[in-house]
Design a protein around this ligand. Structure first.
Ligand code: GLN
Length: 287
């Protein structure tokens, strides 16, 4: 499968063939091809444009071809490159964690809009690569942030990212949702839990990512419901809960939150005008 790339000889030719080959599996075939070739050549992408006539050595063409084969089989570009941009950060990612999505930046915006800088205690439940916890830490030096996950591999990666970004003050805890959290201490709890139903056809395109980070029981609502049940205990009165969810789950989640005693429940829309983040507040005196 990598032969056609090697046979083209030049950087420009390899990119054209690679782009055509990725068109069926990627929304951004040209960009994917450029990013993979940049990684193989260990040169900036601008060099691909400056010297399209450069000859691609056979060994490099073979490496590029191998990456294209994996990309064409559906592996996320982030796993192939070992990194992804999220918010203003570059994060290391591995198949042990979900690839952070741009939609999740809506959760960051909502969190930042609710609490100014200053002292605050914040938890990110199911942190994966640490994306949410670290984006918040980068914006709010005064916050004391805890990232949790059930997966030891995810926490190791989150710690690695924190060290690489010099955000070592974020704390990490291995636990399931709120099980290991102290009562009443937090001002804000955020989470992007698994929320895809086990029979959702959308999952066919996500087989390279950990199912534990994607799939939830009860038609995708089980983990959202667990957090709605547990998180109130860990927030101070007036504290906020922010949850990412699927765009069809807003009404069902609002009911779950209401039944669990939350107030000021609101739904927030992504750039595609789909409700993807719900906010709720623990009743009681605000400070
Ligand atoms: N946003 C992801 C997707 O639909 C799912 C993330 C999640 O389950 N938390 O591809």
């Amino acid at each position: 499968m990598s032969v056609p790339v090697a046979a083209t000889g030049t950087v420009g030719g390899a990119l054209r063939i690679a782009t055509a080959r990725l068109a069926a599996c990627s929304d951004s075939p040209r960009l994917d091809a450029e990013l993979l070739l940049e990684a193989v050549l260990e040169r900036p992408r601008s060099a691909l444009y400056a010297h399209p006539e450069a000859i691609l050595a056979p060994a490099l063409a073979a490496r590029f071809g191998a990456l294209l084969t994996r990309r064409a089989a559906g592996e996320p570009i982030a796993y192939l490159l070992g990194r992804i941009g999220f918010w203003t950060l570059t994060l290391t990612v591995t198949p042990a964690v979900l690839v952070p999505r741009p939609e999740t930046e809506l959760l960051i915006e909502q969190a930042l809009a609710r609490l100014p800088d200053g002292r605050a205690r914040v938890a990110d439940l199911g942190t994966g690569s640490g994306a949410i916890a670290l984006a918040l830490a980068s914006e709010r030096p005064g916050w004391q942030i805890l990232g949790t996950d059930l997966s030891a591999a995810a926490l190791a990666l989150a710690r690695h990212n924190a060290d690489a970004l010099e955000l070592g003050r974020v704390a990490w805890l291995r636990t399931r949702w709120c099980a290991g959290l102290a009562s009443d201490g937090f001002d804000l709890i955020v989470s992007n839990p698994p929320y895809i139903a086990a029979d959702d056809p959308h999952l066919a395109a996500l087989t390279h990512e950990p199912a534990t980070a994607l799939v939830a029981g009860a038609g995708g609502l089980a983990d959202l419901a667990a957090i709605a049940q547990q998180a109130g205990r860990c927030l101070r009165p007036g504290g906020w809960l922010l949850l990412e969810h699927g765009h069809t789950q807003g009404a069902a989640l609002a009911r779950l939150l209401r039944d669990a005693g939350w107030c000021e429940i609101s739904l927030h829309r992504d750039l595609g005008d789909r409700g993807r983040v719900s906010a709720a507040r623990r009743p009681g005196t605000t400070t």
